[in-house]
Design a protein around this ligand. Structure first.
Ligand code: ARG
Length: 468
């Protein structure tokens, strides 16, 4: 049997108006239970706050208030214990909970919806859910940053090539490269935190779009649900889901970061680079090629970034044409947002495992420092320090590099001083020490640079930032 078949138990909340009801297939098509069943506990939490407020304001009697509140608490317990299952034939989680309440309490159950609509209800449920789910995701993000910072700390002196255009560019360190990743992730953390602060207003009491004529106390429900305030405008509260867009955006950006880090890992794990050995437990084999050890986990994270970009585009497109206020299109938001948040969380945890256990091959990284003339910029700066205008220094060193290539020399330091002097008399014997990869890195000790003590400073700043 189709799991969406309209159930006998859960009522259709709008049954009074329509003599003919949608058939089973059509009903299932417009049902949102598969997505919003995860909001069950938040829905109950919201209903309990609403009921207590209705009681306090004298809109329902004290006995009805107690009966409703007690039963709602019981329903939550039963759902958590698994003794009550969400009826997947219900239209949505709101109908399901109200249905159970009504089955058990009769007319008292029918009082719960006074002064509210599913429109403000779902907006409240979703914000409540995000208020505890997003901090969990942030925790995973922090954990990932800490994992990377720990590794970076170990490798502040480990020389490796830095790349632009995937061509060897200048010497850096592995620690520096890992801190570059962390800096992006720390901004992701900020994006999630900012979005959380903005969604911290309670839509309950906004009703369908125009509030309620009943004397609701929106301040009270907002406070009891842990929101900082009720939303300002009822129409905005039910019409806009910009907080969903923001979070889907933050998720897509985080996944774009992870995807790029994974692209680095895939390259580094190749025979061509050999910078990294991913642990066997974080690799997979091939069904036909016996020798293979593939970086599938990194590839999958890179691939899943497509889903989160897709979800963001899906949400923006879904929302762009909706006239104010609520329209059912908005129901499409949850599936996409939940998928994005779930994806980020699982990818962060997989990425952590991979990074914790990866072995870096420092000898291969160091070997890659020879042959690409990564010291050329430092040679130019050497001449600048001796008074040569930078553009002339750049040209001079370019000629030196060409000389080296002509003579089969793989580094400027392989060129004798007399030969260097044919290009500029400013070259002295100290050039050879200056151009060692370690010296190139150590010289870049200004703010933001790769020098070991500067990278240790950056690590310290990030540690403080994420501990807040
Ligand atoms: N499932 C709906 C949603 O997520 C709940 C609100 C339904 N409101 C309505 N007027 N049909 O948006």
């Amino acid at each position: 049997m189709d799991e969406h078949t309209p159930s006998q138990g859960a009522p259709i909340l709008w049954a009074g108006r329509l003599e003919e009801k949608p058939g089973a297939g059509a009903f299932a098509f417009q049902s949102s239970i598969m997505a919003d069943k995860r909001l069950a506990l938040e829905d109950i939490q919201g209903s309990r706050a609403h009921v207590l407020m209705l009681g306090k304001e004298g809109i329902i009697s004290r006995e009805h208030t107690t009966a409703l509140d007690t039963e709602l608490a019981r329903i939550a317990e039963e759902l958590e214990a698994g003794t009550l299952k969400v009826d997947l034939g219900a239209e949505d989680i709101h109908s399901f909970i109200e249905g159970v309440l009504t089955q058990r309490l009769g007319d008292t159950g029918r009082m719960v919806h006074a002064g509210r609509s599913r429109n403000d209800q779902v907006a409240t449920d979703l914000r409540l859910y995000l208020k505890h789910e997003v901090p969990r995701l942030c925790g995973e993000l922090k954990e990932t940053i800490l994992t990377l910072l720990d590794r970076a700390e170990t490798y502040t002196e480990a020389l490796m090539p830095g790349y632009t255009h995937l061509q060897r560019a200048q010497p850096v360190t592995l620690g520096y490269h890992l801190v570059a990743w962390c800096t992006g992730l720390a901004r992701d953390l900020g994006r999630f935190t900012d979005a959380l602060a903005r969604l911290d207003e309670c839509p309950l009491g906004a009703g369908a779009l125009a509030g309620s004529g009943l004397p609701l106390n929106r301040e009270a429900t907002a406070r009891s649900l842990g929101f900082s305030a009720p939303t300002l405008n009822a129409m905005d509260s039910v019409a806009d889901r910009d907080f969903v867009l923001e979070l889907a955006g933050a998720a897509a950006i985080t996944m774009t970061h992870l995807s790029r880090f994974c692209e680095d890992l895939v390259l580094w794990a190749s025979e061509e680079f050999k910078f990294i050995d991913l642990a066997e437990s974080w690799s997979t084999g091939s069904s036909i090629m016996p020798q293979k050890k593939n970086p599938d986990f990194a590839e999958l994270i890179r691939g899943k970034a497509g889903r989160t970009t897709g979800n963001l585009v899906c949400l923006l497109t879904m929302m762009k044409g909706i006239p104010y206020a609520y329209n059912k299109d908005l129901q499409e938001d949850k599936e996409a947002l939940f998928d994005s948040l779930d994806t980020v969380r699982s990818c962060l945890s997989i990425f952590q495992g991979m990074m914790r256990t990866a072995v870096f091959n420092q000898d291969y990284m160091e070997r890659a420092l020879i042959g690409g003339f990564l010291e050329a910029t430092d040679a130019a700066e050497y001449l600048v320090r001796k008074g040569l205008p930078f553009r002339i220094a750049h040209e001079t060193v370019a000629l030196v590099v060409r000389d080296c290539i002509t003579h089969g020399q793989r580094s400027i330091t392989e060129r004798p001083l007399e030969e260097l002097k044919t290009r500029s008399l400013l070259f002295e014997a100290d050039i050879f020490q200056t151009l060692k990869p370690g010296s190139c890195v150590a010289a870049r000790n200004g703010p933001g640079g790769p020098a070991p003590e500067e990278v240790r400073r950056q690590i310290g700043i990030l540690r403080v930032k994420i501990s807040r």
